[in-house]
Design a protein around this ligand. Structure first.
Ligand code: DX5
Ligand code: ZN
Length: 216
C-alpha cells in the first residue's frame, strides 16, 4: 500500500482549513506542499505564513517540496513553519550533500527531487543519506499536467538499486498521478504518490484518496 500525499497546490485557497480537515478525515498519509519561487520554476505559489496556517489545522505529516534556488537559506524557516519532510531539487543545489545534512540537523526527513530529464545515476553518492527520492513525472511548476511515462521506468530502476543496497530511501512520485498512472507506479515500486488535481478536482476527494490508497 502506497503512502498518499494530496498536493495542496490544487486545494481551494479560499477554503484551506476545510481542505486540510478533509485530508485529516481521509485515508491520506501525508499532505504535500509545493513551494515555488518564480526563479527555479516559472510560477510562484506560497510561503511560510501559509504553511504555518495549514500546519495549525493538520493532523498529518507535512511533506514539503521546494522548487526554489538557494534552499539552504530557508531550511530552518521551513522547520519553524511545520515541515516534517523537506525535499530539495537536485538541479537547484550545488552543494547537495551540505543541504541534506542541514535538513537532517534540523530534525526533518531529507528528500531530493529529480526533474524528468535528470537521470537517477546522479544520486549514486548520496542515495544512502536520503529518506526520500521524489521522481517528477511532470516538469515542476504547475498542477494538472500530463504524466511523463518515462517516470515508471525510473521508479523501477531506482527501486532495484535501493533494494540491492538495502537502503531506506522511499520513492515518491509527483505529477499527473491518477488511478491509471498510480497503478503503474505502485507496480514499478513507488512507495508514495502525490496527487493534486486528481484529488481536488474530483467530486468526492475522500473517495478519490481511498481509491488511490487501494492501488497495489
Ligand atoms: C508540480 C507540483 C505537484 C503538483 C502536482 O510542480 O510539484 O505537486 O501539485 O499536480 P497534479 O497532481 O495535478 O499533477
Ligand atoms: Zn510537488
Amino acid at each position: 500500500m502506497a503512502v498518499i500525499s494530496p498536493s495542496m497546490l490544487s486545494c481551494d485557497f479560499a477554503n484551506i482549513q476545510r481542505d486540510v480537515e478533509m485530508i485529516n478525515n481521509s485515508e491520506a498519509d501525508w499532505f504535500h506542499i509545493d513551494v515555488m519561487d518564480g526563479v527555479f520554476v516559472p510560477n510562484i505559489s506560497f510561503g511560510f505564513p501559509v504553511l504555518a496556517a495549514m500546519k495549525k489545522h493538520s493532523k498529518k505529516p507535512m511533506d514539503v517540496h521546494l522548487m526554489i534556488v538557494n534552499p539552504d537559506q530557508y531550511v530552518s524557516e521551513f522547520k519553524k513553519a511545520g515541515a516534517d519532510m523537506l525535499t530539495v531539487h537536485y538541479e537547484a543545489c550545488t552543494h547537495l550533500h551540505r543541504t541534506i545534512q542541514l535538513i537532517k540537523s534540523e530534525g526533518m526527513k531529507a528528500g531530493v527531487a529529480l526533474n524528468p530529464h535528470t537521470p537517477i545515476s546522479v544520486l549514486e553518492e548520496i542515495l544512502h543519506e536520503l529518506d526520500l527520492v521524489l521522481i517528477m513525472s511532470v516538469n515542476p511548476g504547475f498542477g494538472g499536467q500530463k504524466f511523463i511515462t518515462s517516470a515508471v521506468e525510473k521508479v523501477s530502476k531506482l527501486k532495484s538499486i535501493i533494494k540491492a543496497k538495502n537502503l531506506k530511501a522511499m520513492i515518491e512520485v509527483d505529477g499527473g498521478v491518477n488511478l491509471e498512472t498510480g497503478e503503474r507506479l505502485v507496480k514499478a515500486g513507488a512507495d508514495a504518490l502525490v496527487a493534486g488535481s486528481f484529488v481536488f478536482g474530483s467530486e468526492n476527494p475522500l473517495e478519490t484518496i481511498a481509491s488511490l490508497k487501494k492501488l497495489s
